[in-house]
Design a protein around this ligand. Structure first.
Ligand SMILES: NC(=O)c1ccc[n+]([C@@H]2O[C@H](COP(=O)([O-])OP(=O)(O)OC[C@H]3O[C@@H](n4cnc5c(N)ncnc54)[C@H](OP(=O)(O)O)[C@@H]3O)[C@@H](O)[C@H]2O)c1
Length: 371
């Protein structure tokens, strides 16, 4: 089905404007609770930390690596020998971390090859600047880990300076733009990978491509809706990008769930909920446990073959790795290809990119954002 066909108005699309049906909603929550209650059992076969192969000569960009899962991911990749670029909004805090890691590492080998560059996902200009600077180095990029994310629990709806709902911009729009603009460097680094740190919460998400910012009033905004719908939008966009990346580009694409992880993501919770979150350590992963699916997706040698097999089978959705580092299926709603194509088109429009951006970037054309 082409994007044009998908964007044509259909009765099914008109019906589905308000959210998931009760059955899908119930199934979605079942997946969320199942992961929360059983993640430790399901992941009991995994070592902690996950052993890594030597990664010398591999360049990885990790967004949001000043705290939580991203911080642990960046440190472990660097300790395995990778050249790590911490793409962060707070470069001072990243520099302090680098200094601390270098001190802790000293005497165990060569100094860590790690640097910090500014990237604020709440500003699309910052994303463009970051990508332009990186591409201008004309070096290879082997792994892009879109890890940064927000879940402003209980907060009122907020918008970025670009005019987009903040969860939508930070969790979906800006990382999608970053992935596309970095395609030239990923091609230079091929075989390379785009890794999107997603969430089991996408199972309870619903996206209306005509109301990406949740402002129409058809669905009342809540931070839970904001977060879960952006995680679903990311899976849908990734599924179309996965299809559009030719096998010859050598770029693999994976979305993943890190599990329920004790990080700063809970910082906006009301105090009493923070207390509950902190006293259930049995169920919740530490950041070291929570970064295993990211590290696995970024480094496991079988990932490119797995992606190629799905492509050859014309699989409708992008590869998805669960918190126990096993392939799993994204939600039923993520399989709604008509909506996925609309999300693809809408995302490109919001980012100011043409509909054939991927094909042109792969051909080596200089594609500019026009907003
Ligand atoms: N923790 C969980 O249970 C869980 C479950 C499922 C999925 N996830 C996903 O895992 C990813 C990592 O989250 P986490 O749990 O590690 O949370 P975290 O500790 O809050 O880390 C989030 C990171 O994203 C960065 N960030 C936030 N807004 C940004 C912006 N505008 N520009 C650039 N960076 C920004 C933060 O930077 P600052 O340090 O400057 O704030 C921080 O480094 C997210 O995508 C999240 O949705 C987490």
């Amino acid at each position: 089905m082409s994007g044009q066909e998908a964007s044509s108005s259909s009765p099914a699309r008109k019906r589905k404007k308000e959210g998931l049906g009760w059955i899908e909603w119930f199934r979605g929550w079942t997946c969320v609770f199942e992961e929360f209650l059983f993640q430790r059992i399901m992941a009991s076969h995994l070592q902690n930390p996950l052993p890594l192969p030597p990664l010398n000569g591999i360049t990885c960009i990790v967004t949001g690596s000043t705290s939580g899962i991203g911080r642990e991911t960046a440190r472990q990749l660097a300790e395995a020998g990778a050249h790590v670029v911490m793409a962060v909004r707070n470069t001072k805090s990243a520099q302090e971390l680098i200094q601390q890691w270098q001190n802790e590492w000293s005497g165990r080998g060569l100094p860590l090859n790690i640097e910090a560059t500014e990237l604020d996902l709440l500003s699309l200009d910052s994303v463009v600047r970051f990508a332009d600077t990186w591409n201008a180095r004309s070096g290879p990029l082997h792994v892009l880990i879109n890890n940064a994310g927000i879940f402003a629990m209980g907060e009122p709806q907020k918008f970025s300076k670009d005019g987009y709902e903040q969860h939508m911009q930070v969790n979906h729009l800006a990382p999608s733009l970053l992935s596309l603009l970095l395609l030239p460097s990923l091609i230079r680094g091929s075989p390379s990978r785009i890794i999107n740190v997603n969430s089991v919460m996408h199972h309870i998400g619903f996206v209306d491509p005509d109301d990406m910012n949740l402002i129409s009033g058809r669905r009342k905004y809540s931070s839970l809706k904001g977060y879960s719908s952006t995680k679903l939008a990311q899976v849908m966009f990734s599924s179309i990008l996965f299809k559009r990346l030719p096998v010859e580009s050598g770029i693999s694409l994976v979305c993943l769930s890190p599990g329920a992880v004790l990080t700063n993501v809970a910082r906006d919770l009301p105090r009493f909920l923070q207390a509950i979150y902190a006293v259930i350590p049995y169920f919740i992963f530490s950041p070291q446990e929570g970064c295993r699916s990211s590290i696995f997706a970024a480094t496991d040698p079988q990932i490119p073959e797995y992606c190629e097999t799905l492509k050859a089978d014309d699989w409708p959705v992008c590869p998805f790795i669960s918190q126990d580092c096993r392939p799993t299926k994204p939600s039923e709603e993520a399989h709604n290809l008509e909506t996925a194509y609309r999300v693809w088109e809408k995302t490109l429009e919001m980012a100011g990119l043409p509909l054939d951006a991927v094909e042109r970037l792969i051909e080596g054309e200089d594609v500019k954002c026009q907003r």
